[in-house]
Design a protein around this ligand. Structure first.
Ligand code: NAD
Ligand code: DAU
Length: 352
């Protein structure tokens, strides 16, 4: 199936990954993109300043849970495709406030599915792309990789809400013949990443000589992928993936948290002109995340074999680019770390 020259709805386009996806689709020149975003604390229109005047781009502020509003959008625009990224995305927040995750990630996704199902009576040349996470598969031990057939075993409120939304998407495919595709991706990093997540939080704290909170012993492992490589995979799967299929996306790039933080400290020291080791002194081991998944690692060979995708950047190169971006965008970082962020930061870290 191939969808080109079409009108697409991207949800959550003002967020971290969504902003890279919107930019990528706009730059092809093939799509008219409507970006629907509620602009929660994680949504930021600064992430899209460079393309906001593009004639093929339109921003709509709204909530995916507002079914009547979503239905009216489908009526107004007659979308050919949906790329659904809007979500509550931070595991720690899901531990303190699970209801918001059920509302947006589950109810919001079903609201979109329903609106698309009602609008897409013909089902021809339509596609609903659901962007999901590797966390639905649970946690790995020391060996093995998540494949597309690994049984679901979500362990946090966040991953349970994403697993539920994946199940609803597949259920709509099975029950109504609804045209969908799903991808499950590992940890992203890069520009526009909100500094509550590990890498941008550490960059922010190193810059400000604040403690670097490493959960537990720092031995948990994540598989890191540069965000533009994820956006490229999404474009490829949207255009060329097979209906009803799932594709795993990952970086082939596993790092223990503590090794990653040490590397980041060294990169930052060299950029800041510090003696090596200066930033490592800030590392502080804090109380572990409740139910902390030990290890994630993705087998992305299906995507590689079927659609020819592979990551383009080495991790060190991607981290340097990321650090440079945060140095060049100090105003962005200052803006998102003022106001409510400080309250969140104090509440989350003062009792660890
Ligand atoms: P993010 O938190 O940076 O952005 C989420 C965006 O969704 C924000 O712009 C926010 O305003 C918007 N949003 C939230 N609730 C909404 C609602 N009710 N209606 C409309 N918009 C709403 O998230 P992200 O890290 O960019 O993740 C995007 C998607 O990718 C999510 O579905 C997430 O589960 C998935 N994912 C993320 C990662 C990762 O490493 N960050 C990895 C794999 C998959
Ligand atoms: O695997 C994909 C998932 O990756 C996405 O679905 C999520 O939306 C995304 O937030 C991310 O989840 P993680 O929980 O893995 O990411 P986070 O950056 O919060 O944490 C990465 C690791 O670092 C994790 O083992 C917890 C640890 N950590 C995190 C923070 C914020 C710390 O040690 N200290 C911290 O301050």
């Amino acid at each position: 199936m191939s969808i080109t020259d079409s009108k697409i709805l991207i949800t959550g386009g003002a967020g971290f990954i969504g902003s890279h996806v919107v930019r990528r689709f706009i730059k092809t020149g093939k799509y008219q993109v409507i970006n629907l975003d509620k602009l929660t604390y994680a949504g930021n229109l600064e992430n899209l300043r460079d393309i906001e005047k593009n004639p093929n781009y339109e921003f709509v502020k709204g909530d995916i849970c507002d079914f009547e509003f979503i239905k009216s959008l489908f009526k107004k625009y007659d979308f050919h495709g949906v790329v659904h990224l809007a979500a509550e995305s931070h595991v720690d927040r899901s531990i303190t406030n699970p209801m918001e995750f059920i509302q947006t990630n589950v109810v919001g996704t079903v609201s979109l599915l329903n609106a698309a199902k009602e609008a897409w009576q013909d089902k021809k040349n339509r596609r609903f792309y659901h962007v999901s996470t590797d966390e639905v598969y649970g946690s790995l031990g020391d060996d093995g990789l998540f494949t597309e057939t690994t049984p679901y075993d979500p362990k946090s409120p966040y991953s349970a809400s994403k697993a539920s939304s994946d199940h609803f998407v597949r259920a709509y495919g099975n029950t109504y013949g609804f045209p969908f595709v799903i991808s499950n991706c590992s940890n992203n990093y890069g520009p526009n990443h909100f500094p509550e997540k590990l890498i941008p939080l550490m960059i922010h704290n190193i810059k400000n000589r604040k403690p670097l909170p490493v959960y537990g012993k720092g031995e948990n492992v994540r598989d890191w992928l540069y965000v533009e490589d994820h956006a490229r995979a999404i474009e490829l799967i949207f255009e060329k993936g097979n209906d009803g299929e799932t594709y795993n996306i990952g970086g082939f790039n596993e790092w223990k948290n503590i090794d990653l933080v040490n590397l980041l400290c060294d990169i930052m020291d060299s950029k800041l002109g510090n003696a090596k080791g200066t930033s490592r002194e800030l590392i502080t081991y804090v109380k572990d995340r409740a139910g902390h998944d030990l290890r994630y690692a993705i087998d992305a060979s299906k995507l590689n074999k079927e659609l020819g995708w592979k990551p383009s950047l080495q991790f060190e190169e991607g981290l340097e680019k990321t650090v440079d971006w945060y140095f060049e965008n100090e105003q962005w970082l200052d803006d998102v770390t003022s106001g409510d962020y400080l309250k969140y930061y104090d509440e989350n870290y003062s009792n660890r």
